[in-house]
Design a protein around this ligand. Structure first.
Ligand code: ZN
Ligand code: FE
Length: 260
């Protein structure tokens, strides 16, 4: 499996779109929140944009779809078949297990419902585009799903992937996420190392993306629902929670983050 060339495209306030391209320069954009910036980035990197990959229907991820379709003849807009009615301009409805093709690149769509019921991730080579499901040091809100579904997404679907998987997520939330992580595991050195790295990158105006799944497993509280220190913190804040149930712990951690 060849790895795509990837260019990060900052959009809106804190969103990221991602250009992924094969060796000929044919490219897809993951989550084009706005069209103009994406077109300029494709031009700057001398890429031929043929495809949109939508992770989910929220406006800060699909906001540029229709304008891109108006500007690029035969643009393909790829999304999860289960959410075909909510992805603007969808031209290619894909199911889990289908091959997603971008030029010479072959990827897979992974269904990870919870943030929205039609949320998907795209997996190309080592790169995983996680949208608003897994963030660096965090996870998305449970707008249309529950803790059991997010557990399935993070621990079963992404759980099957190796540590060197590169995580390209939908937002730059890393520093705030790490502050929350540190509140639950103040003695986890991986959190403090990641916070120092993120602060340095942000001070230089650079993204904290990508991280790796292995790094996420070392500091992301939503992947650490079996950490003794995290469980002690959760138990202190919510004495009733059944800390032997990782799904319950994940739900409580998400609720704590909602109010952090
Ligand atoms: Zn969203
Ligand atoms: Fe979002």
């Amino acid at each position: 499996m060849t790895n795509p060339r990837i260019e990060i495209v900052p959009l809106l306030n804190d969103n990221y779109g991602y250009l992924l391209a094969d060796e000929t320069g044919e490219a897809a954009i993951v989550d084009p929140a706005e069209a103009e910036v994406v077109l300029a980035a494709a031009h700057q990197h001398q890429l031929r944009l043929t495809t949109v990959l939508a992770t989910h229907h929220h406006g800060d991820h699909v906001g540029g779809n229709l304008e891109l379709a108006a500007r690029i003849p035969r643009l393909r807009i790829v999304g999860y078949a289960a959410d075909r009615d909510r992805i603007p301009g969808l031209t290619l409805a894909v199911e889990p297990g289908d091959v997603v093709q971008v030029g010479q690149l072959r990827g897979a769509l992974l269904a990870v419902p919870c943030h929205t019921r039609g949320h998907v991730a795209y997996h190309f080579g080592r790169a995983l585009f996680t949208g608003d499901t897994l963030f660096a040091a965090g996870c998305g809100r449970f707008f249309e799903g529950d803790a059991a579904q997010m557990y399935q997404a993070l621990h079963q679907v992404f759980g099957a992937l190796p540590d060197d998987t590169l995580i390209y997520c939908g937002h730059e939330y890393t520093e705030n996420n790490l502050r929350f992580a540190a509140s639950l595991e103040p003695n986890n050195p991986a959190i403090h190392a990641a916070a120092r790295r993120a602060a340095k990158l942000r001070a230089e105006g650079r993204p904290t993306i990508p991280t790796t799944l292995g790094e996420e497993r070392s500091y992301n509280p939503f992947l650490r629902v079996r950490s003794p220190e995290l469980l002690a913190s959760v138990q202190r804040a919510h004495p009733g929670v059944e800390v032997t149930d990782p799904v319950a712990v994940l739900g409580v951690v998400r609720a704590m983050k909602d109010h952090f």
